[in-house]
Write a protein that binds this ligand. Structure first.
Ligand code: C5P
Length: 222
């Protein structure tokens, strides 16, 4: 059976990673959470007290950083220089700073190159902001997930509460809007729907319904 590449892009908290994980599991494909890679670097900069606006320092930091994505029973674990940071990278400080780090040209170039290596042999589901446009422009299936900001904030709020993380709906909404703005307005590889991507508004769909739709589209291409 042919192993295809699937790119899932979209704004913050649109359900990309949940859906991508489900599809990857069903197809026995590799799942790559590219946002987690930018988050891991941001976390390291915070811990090491490096100025995230200093582009050269951020580039140097990334070149001395290993980021590994390892499958686990409940999704994917993120290892930063050998340490499991899966929970730490979801914290508020990382979330508020990650879009600044992701806008640095040299950081993006290196991250994109690492991500392209993961996707080299197909059989991959990758989610992010520039997967269909930049990381895997030849992906056989490109999806652009959308949902209203209210719905995205509510979903993330419920998810946080389930995980036992502190959560405030209004702050979440503000944070999501700001991150979308930064990600869409940056100069290099801004958040954009690839011309050949299929847009899917998930506002009125359950995660299972979204996953089933994408799975059917994938099957048509295999
Ligand atoms: O997907 P997630 O919300 O975890 O991504 C965190 C941040 O990483 C995004 O807001 C964006 O700034 C950045 N990102 C990116 N390109 C990607 C994936 C994420 O710029 N492919």
């Amino acid at each position: 059976m042919k192993k295809i590449s699937i790119a899932i892009d979209g704004p913050a908290a649109a359900g990309k990673s949940t859906v991508a994980k489900m599809i990857a599991e069903k197809l026995s494909y590799i799942y790559v959470d590219t946002g987690a890679m930018y988050r891991a670097l941001t976390y390291k900069a915070i811990v090491k007290d490096i100025d995230i606006n200093d582009e050269m320092a951020m580039e140097r930091l990334l070149l001395h950083t290993t980021i590994e994505l390892k499958p686990s029973t409940n999704g994917q674990l993120i290892f930063l220089d050998g340490e499991d940071v899966s929970n730490q990278i979801r914290g508020e400080e990382v979330t508020n700073k990650v879009s600044t780090v992701a806008a640095v040209k040299a950081v993006r170039e290196e991250m994109v190159s690492r991500q392209q290596k993961f996707g080299m042999n197909g059989g991959v589901v990758m989610d992010g902001r520039d997967i269909g446009t930049k990381v895997m422009p030849n992906a056989e299936l490109k999806i652009f997930l959308l949902a209203s900001v209210d719905i995205r904030a509510e979903r993330r709020h419920r998810e946080n509460i389930q995980k036992g993380f502190p959560s405030n709906l209004d702050i979440l909404k503000e944070e999501i809007m700001l991150r979308d703005k930064q990600d869409s307005e940056r100069e290099i590889s801004p958040l954009r729907k690839a011309e050949d991507a299929i847009e899917l508004d998930t506002s009125t769909l359950s995660i299972e319904e979204v996953a089933a739709k994408i799975f059917n589209m994938a099957r048509e291409r295999i």
